[in-house]
Design a protein around this ligand. Structure first.
Ligand code: ADP
Ligand code: GLC
Length: 474
């Protein structure tokens, strides 16, 4: 079966977070399940520059203010359809914001265009390539299931995948005229979401099935606390809502072959990790002390990720003799606070603001523990990277973090199944978790055992890809 996937980012071409990682890894694994996946992505400069064997397969004389075409081609080993619409996507900056850090004002049109074209391909716009299923990822592509369902004829099956429900894709009602949706779609039983048009809402309402990226998050989003206003709708759709845990792309995240690392290592051969730690300490200006437990963060610096909790509990870490290495970008307040912390504790706290793929590998390889104290976390990938790279994840008990980390309590340690530390996402909860992590560091045999369990964990995509294949085929 042919499957059209569509999303606004894809690793290694354009990435702001885990969505890109999933889009870059899943098609290759679905191919092993007999599915032929092509991914429709916007024609950002980085994607057009990497595209080879490009062939125009669909022309649109007008699409939200300009002409556009779809190119079929390959980039970074991925089979792509690229929406070449320079008036919408030929811009600097990241996929959603200009260099000034503000959202592009025409994001509603840009992602309506992406969704419209996904639906067109679903309905046969590319001769010889008609998909049996369309898999839309996050709000940017949420209108596609609506366009397909409202077209009123034969159409492929539609699956909406939620990576983060907090990004709802709400656009003003006044834009409705631009979107080409029929009048009867404009209601609560349709695309309306709290007196606006909701792109995520459209996908969740019209798709034949819904998936999200962990079983626990699938349950959480049916509650008011985590449902972002969608919990009622999701409860009515629970029979077609599936939680499927993300995998890790083990071709990209393998400490035995990772070209970004100063030394390689794997389970049972950890001397390379000791070298990675020393190299990281030197690079970041931390004291080169092998005995100090080195904690790390690779994250968007936002409230979702619990960065305020890290700042509040920093004294616990520092008084315990630990070091902290932070790599991230996001809210200005958090960026400044982590810079200030580094200035106040030279040699003990290091902050790198920005997005740096190679440093993210070096950091995860060099640290002893990785902090992921999220308030909510649909899946989370960095805790899996940490496990693979012999760093103990210290995470909150939410979403995919709860599904992938087994707390190092006494029973789990005795049973040999502990692979990290699990906390309540509160200041008191994280303080306790950090104290326990520091205590475990003093008990090196127990620490090493938990590290080994993480390094041996099955983290690949195989099992989850099977479940995607089932949902896509029905
Ligand atoms: P989210 O998608 O919510 O940000 P995930 O844990 O699913 O969270 O994925 C985050 C991805 O982005 C991981 O691949 C992580 O390594 C990467 N990442 C986050 N911040 C940075 C950064 N500053 N530099 C490099 N990679 C980063
Ligand atoms: C989102 C979520 C994150 C998840 C990623 C990939 O960005 O915030 O938890 O791992 O998507 O599914």
């Amino acid at each position: 079966m042919k499957v059209l996937a569509t999303a606004s980012e894809i690793f290694p071409l354009v990435k702001t977070g885990g969505l890109a990682d999933v889009m870059g890894a899943l098609p290759r694994v679905l191919a092993k399940q007999g599915l032929e996946v092509r991914t429709l992505v916007p024609g950002y400069p980085a994607i057009l520059a990497a595209l080879t064997d490009a062939e125009p397969v669909y022309a649109l004389p007008t699409l939200h203010g300009g002409s556009a075409r779809v190119l079929a081609g390959k980039a970074a080993g991925l089979d792509l359809f690229v929406l070449d619409a320079p008036h919408l996507f030929d811009r600097p900056g990241n996929p959603y914001m200009g260099p000034d850090g503000r959202d592009w004002p025409d994001n509603p049109q840009r992602f309506a265009a992406l969704s419209r074209v996904a639906a067109d391909i679903g309905l046969g716009a590319v001769p010889g390539w008609i998909p049996g299923a369309v898999n839309c990822h996050d709000w940017q592509t949420g209108l596609a299931p609506a366009y397909l369902a409202l077209a009123g004829g034969a159409r492929p099956r539609t699956v909406m995948t939620i990576h983060n429900l907090a990004f709802t894709g709400q656009v003003p009602m006044a834009l409705w005229r631009d979107l080409g949706l029929p009048p009867d779609s404009l209601g609560t039983d349709g695309v309306e979401f709290y007196n606006a048009i909701g792109y995520m809402k459209a996908g969740l309402y019209y798709a034949d099935a819904i998936t999200t990226v962990s079983p626990t998050y699938a349950a959480e989003i049916q509650t008011p606390e985590f449902g972002c206003g969608f919990d009622g709708l999701l409860r009515t759709r629970h029979a077609v809502l599936h939680g499927i845990l993300n995998g890790l792309d083990e071709t990209v995240w393998d400490p035995w072959s990772d070209p970004a690392l100063p030394a390689r290592f794997r389970k049972g051969h950890l001397r390379g990790k000791t070298k990675c730690k020393a190299a990281l300490q030197t690079r970041l200006g931390l004291a080169t002390d092998a005995a100090a437990p080195l904690f790390g963060i690779v994250s968007r610096l936002t409230g979702q990720k619990g960065m305020d909790l890290v700042l509040d509990t920093l004294p616990t870490l520092l008084e315990g003799g630990a070091q902290l290495a932070v790599l991230g970008s996001g809210d200005r307040g958090f960026e400044d606070a982590f810079r200030t912390a580094a200035a106040a504790h030279p040699g003990q706290v290091a902050t790198t603001i920005g997005y740096d793929e190679a440093l993210s590998h070096q950091l995860v390889a060099g640290v002893n523990a990785l902090l992921v104290p999220s308030r909510f976390e649909p899946c989370g990938l960095t805790q899996m990277m940490a496990m693979r790279y012999g760093a103990l994840p210290v995470v909150s008990r939410v979403g995919g973090l709860a599904d992938s980390i087994v707390d190092a309590n006494e029973a789990a340690l005795r049973a040999g199944v502990a692979n990290g530390i699990v906390a309540d996402p509160t200041q008191a909860g994280l303080t306790r978790a950090l104290q326990r992590a520091l205590g475990l560091w003093q008990d090196q045999p127990a620490w090493t055992q938990a590290q080994r369990v993480g390094m041996a964990a099955e983290l690949g995509w195989e099992a989850s890809a099977k479940r995607y294949a089932e949902v896509l085929a029905h």
